[in-house]
Design a protein around this ligand. Structure first.
Ligand code: Z5A
Length: 211
């Protein structure tokens, strides 16, 4: 399917600063008269938010395959209920995580077969992939430190080992390397403003003709 308006995703390991950057990007786009719909994964609509609770809960005893299918079920609903309708109405859509999180976390992190994940993801999304993906790349220990600040409890995923997050980070970088037209890799150990400027520079070419 050819998308009329930009569908942008943000990816990265924990604490990379996605939510912070997405909020600033939205302000900037709105100041250019662009209608923006934000979503996140897992989540975005009521059904997918219910799946989010289940998949991130410390009480869930999930194996890799059960976890994978829950992320994909949440995505299918996010695409059907939020992403596609917004794109069809001419809004830009920005998603905090999407398909590349599945490839990086369930593929490189958990060791599930990448080609199978890509096929299953295509079933969940009907083949909808982002126009641009901003990968905020950060040292996993630095990201973890940011996430831990002011938190008394970590969720099921956040409790994974540093080794796991290293594999995920490496996975994201490999994905970016093999699809360099779609990915923009931004080093996330800089100041919030410096990172935001790089993101805006990367998206400036899309401002005209897409508002
Ligand atoms: N997951 C999966 O396995 N498979 C899938 O298919 C999908 C997801 C879709 C979702 O967690 C989990 O599900 C996630 C991947 C997995 N797992 N883990 N672990 P989530 O949505 O709850 O969490 P997250 O996406 O990882 O977000 P986050 O870690 O909370 O962080 P963030 O959005 O990237 O960062 P932030 O909230 O903007 O910033 C974090 C802190 O750092 C905050 O205090 C900021 O003020 C601070 N910050 C931000 N930027 C900076 C800079 N530049 N310098 C210093 N401090 C900063």
């Amino acid at each position: 399917m050819i998308l009329k308006t930009p569908f942008i995703t943000f990816e990265g390991t924990d604490g990379a600063g996605k939510s912070t950057q997405i909020a600033l990007l939205k302000e900037w786009l709105v100041s250019h008269g662009i209608s923006v719909v934000l979503t996140r994964e897992p989540g975005g609509c009521e059904t997918a938010e219910a799946i989010r609770e289940l998949v991130l809960s410390n009480k869930s005893d999930l194996g890799s395959r059960g976890e994978l299918l829950l992320y994909l079920a949440a995505r299918a609903e996010n695409v059907r209920q939020v992403i596609l309708p917004a794109l069809e109405q001419g809004s830009w859509v920005i998603s905090d995580r999407y398909a590349d999180s599945t490839f990086a976390y369930q593929g490189y992190g958990r060791g599930l077969e990448l080609v199978e994940l890509m096929n299953l993801n295509a079933i969940a999304t009907g083949g909808i992939m982002p126009m641009k993906t901003i990968l905020l790349d950060i040292d996993v220990a630095v990201g973890k430190e940011r996430v831990m600040k002011g938190r008394s409890e970590l969720d099921r995923l956040e409790q994974s080992s540093l080794d796991f997050f290293e594999r995920v980070r490496h996975g994201f970088l490999k994905l970016a390397d093999t699809d360099s037209n779609r990915f923009v890799v931004v080093h996330a150990d800089k100041s919030v403003d410096e990172i935001q400027q790089k993101i805006r520079n990367a998206l400036t070419p899309y401002l005209h003709g897409h508002s």
